[in-house]
Design a protein around this ligand. Structure first.
Ligand code: 5AD
Ligand code: FES
Length: 366
């Protein structure tokens, strides 16, 4: 390619990405770094068209229940890592988790995401019991687990108990980069194995990475994109890296909003039917970040359903938004924000489009 790249060349790159769901490394790298407003707007508009083709104007809600911020790991970027003695720890009881779901159900949520650190206090038996109880009480909801790396047998037990989905961000598909973000007792291979196991078991699987995390190179992001193309997750969660003051990365630079938005669009174009959240991290670095995310191809929002008194404790990064609001307030605020973007909140489970029919069939058989 010529050294000087015209606007038209960039537009052609976007068109090619939309048509082929693919680009070579060189073109991907150009697009990732393109800061031209017109080209970016064009990229977002293409991503929007594709998301609307599959999911219309719907934005799906996931009620996030952060039920434990105890964690046995020490990821260098994460505010709730085991080594952070300043983190105020909390766990919700089984009853508290269930009452969050009851409240969420009243508010219209049909997906609950149980998210926590890797907390050995919650045995597989307890997780199984929580999942069964939620599904028994609210059979028309989806339960998503986001509780880190486990062995395949444990994942299978959660699935058999009724869990529908599992979120486990891969964090980076670049092994060397992974090793710079995590201590030596964490394994890139094990994380990838977990993702493969989850998919094989039958979960709708979400992976994802932070954007602009320390030591991330363009090459790392290209590896992420290649991984997504090969693994074909049902969901991809991405958000900017945000430093947390009590971590090794306290003084590292924050991830960029524009790069995150471009990546959202690129992911939408390589995986047209993917479920793609506009994340809280994106809303934290930019007051209208989530709206911008929706306009760049995202179609999921994950408001917090945790009880207000514990919300301020699940702090993976600094300045996290929505830590003081009641769930009902968050929903009102979000509905307004979503409507302003021209989209609407859908009060359904919001399954991946190609699994939806199957799920509906199974729900009817219950
Ligand atoms: N900034 C942004 N995202 C973070 N996460 C953890 N720490 C940070 C941070 N400092 C993300 C990770 C994790 C998810 C739950 O939150 O990607 O998988
Ligand atoms: Fe908890 Fe990384 S610090 S999983």
């Amino acid at each position: 390619m010529d050294a000087v790249i015209s606007k038209n060349d960039y537009i052609e790159i976007v068109d090619r990405l939309r048509n082929d769901c693919d680009l070579n490394d060189e073109k991907l790298s150009l697009l990732l770094h393109c800061e031209d407003t017109e080209v970016n707007d064009y990229l977002y508009s293409q991503a929007r068209e594709v998301r609307e083709k599959y999911y219309g104007k719907n934005v799906y809600l996931r009620g996030l229940i952060e039920f434990t911020n105890y964690c046995k790991n020490n990821c260098y970027y994460c505010g709730i890592r085991a080594g952070n003695n300043n983190a105020e720890r909390h766990r919700l009881s089984e009853e508290e988790i269930l009452s969050c779901c009851d409240l969420g159900y009243e508010l219209g949520f049909r997906t609950f995401v149980l998210q926590g650190g890797e907390d050995p206090h919650f045995s597989d038996d307890t997780i199984v019991s929580i999942v069964k109880n939620i599904k028994e009480k609210h059979p028309d909801t989806a339960v998503t687990l986001s509780i880190g790396e486990k062995e395949k047998d444990s994942y299978k037990r959660f699935f058999d108990a009724g869990a529908d989905r599992y979120l486990l961000r891969h964090e980076t598909a670049d092994r060397e980069h992974y090793e710079k973000l995590h201590p030596a007792d964490m394994s890139f291979d094990h994380r990838m194995q977990c993702l493969r196991d989850l998919k094989k078991i039958g979960f709708q699987v979400g992976c994802g990475m932070m954007v602009g995390s320390p030591f991330q190179k363009t090459e790392s992001l290209i590896k992420d994109i290649r991984f997504l193309q090969e693994f074909r997750p049902h969901m991809v969660g991405i958000g900017p890296f945000i430093p947390h003051h009590d971590t090794e990365f306290a003084h590292k630079e924050q991830g960029g909003v524009q790069l995150t938005l471009r990546l959202l669009s690129i992911i939408r174009l390589i995986l047209p039917d993917v479920l793609l959240p506009a994340t809280t991290a994106l809303g934290t670095v930019d007051a209208t970040g989530r709206e911008k995310g929706l306009k760049a191809g995202a179609n999921v929002i994950m408001p917090n359903l945790s009880p207000t008194q514990v919300r301020g404790k699940y702090l993976l990064y600094d300045n996290k938004i929505c830590t003081g609001d009641e769930a009902a307030e968050c929903i009102k605020c979000l509905s307004m924000r979503v409507e302003k973007t021209g989209y609407r909140i859908a009060r359904s489970r919001g399954d991946h489009i190609f699994l939806k029919n199957e799920v509906e069939k199974n729900t009817k058989m219950l």
